[in-house]
Design a protein. Sequence first.
Length: 587
Amino acid sequence: MNAQNMNESKATSSIQTYMRLLKYLKGLITPFALSIVGFLIFAASQPLLAKLMEMVINSIEQKDSNARWLLPVLAVGIFVLRGVGTFLGVYYNEFVGASVVRKIKLELFKHLTILPAAFYNEMSQGFILHSLHSGVGSVQAAVTNALKIVIREGLTIICLLGYVFYLNWKLSLVFLLLSPLLALLVSYSTGRLRKIARKNEGNAGQLLQVSKELISNYGVVRGFGAESYETRRYAEALNRSFKLQLKVRKVSAIFTPLSQLVVAFAVAIIIFLLLHPMFLLTSSTGELVGYLTAVALLPKSFQQLSGIGNTIQNGLIGAELIFNLLDTPPEKDEGTYQVETVEGYLDVNNLTFSYPGTERAVLKGISFSIKPGEMIALVGRSGSGKSTLASLITRLYEISDGSIFLDRVDINQYQLANLRKHVSAVSQNIALFEDTIRNNVAYGDTGYTDEQIKNALENAHAQEFIDELPNGLDTMIGENGLRLSGGQRQRISLARAFLKNSPFLILDEATSALDNESESIVTKAIEDLAQTRTTLVIAHRLSTILKADRLLVMDNGIIVESGTHKELLKSGGYYADLYHTEYEKAN
């Protein structure tokens, strides 16, 4: 693709982005129209000021003392008109801008809730947060500040040019003769700013990511003495951002005076021609001053317009980031099957899976069945595919090959929300929210009573420490429950699964953060719950393994052995070696 085609492609992309942004004006036509009317009133007042100046000069020349009763009233009237126009334009422009941003933010956040797990694996959290906040912020600046200047100063230029052409169209042709040069400057600076803005947006996401990682992992950073390393990472990203910002300032610093110089040349030529004897002899002083006043008002508007290129380009790049996220296909949900409850039969047939974007198979030909009420333990070294297998049951990822059936129905036929309704999962990676204990336990459903919540907490052996808190269930637990201990956070997570009361239970090393006493109590609660549930446990502790009806021993993505603890030990195979080297030492 040659340079011309690339420029045309970028221009087309920018226009398409603009047009897509305009779709968010749906339902906002009235306030948008009011803002334009306001700016039009403001713009129309500019030629009126020039006309007022002409009338004042003529009155002075003609020694017309009666004009002192009319001209001051006209002056006040013009500024009242400007004030009304400014209020209508600015207020309704801000209203439209804030409304558009609200729509975009809500649509983007809603879309993020339905994106597949693969998206979150591939995209850094810093980039996502930057797109949601800074990207939308750039759009807001472009929609409000830039749009305000474009409409207000654009209309002002149109009104002033219309007025000066009305007064003397031949003399005013100077502006048209110099307009191609001005357009060339705008085109060059816009292209440069767009290129720099793209790089800067990517770097801004990296800055946010480094900051987020420091805040989230401050304990690890200090524990490993990595303060200098993290500071160096941030400084490198900050220096890149600094250099890009300097490039933006450089382009703006060159373009603004050059564009003003072009306009100044036009004004200078007009002044030169205006002082020609032909004009001096055929025009009154008031007419000449009025014309010059209108011409003198033009450079300010051109200056305002020339300074918004960076804001507009940042807004366009921010909009592109947002639209790229909105165009990311949501989690596939083509199933239509729904059922109020399930018995808990699970059948896995020849399941093979590779993570999106990779070729290595994490699971290879996995097959097994679970009957209602059974507790099955997945056992194996780290990286053998246990957690991946558990995540496929709730369709966090699309299955590459093979199938999973829940109650003899392919899970792909289930509506996603209905499928996940029947499964409760508790992971070793605890996920809590900066909210109250009540809302964390009853997460996603506000219909539970306090009694139901307390029963779930008691089953998870959590009520005892909650009773000691000043605000009880209404205690705020901080970001990801940081105001609680590891064991307390795990018990809150378990209580959430107990409250959901699903027929199928997945425990991914769910008792790993508990002390021995708490673990024994919670394990007993899990056993009681599992009596009427199908339970799939990713085993971490020996006590869990011993209680399981059957062990599925995994290694390198395949099931190498299956049986009870005693049977597998007796056979002296892979599990026996694993047990003696890992589980005996750990327990």
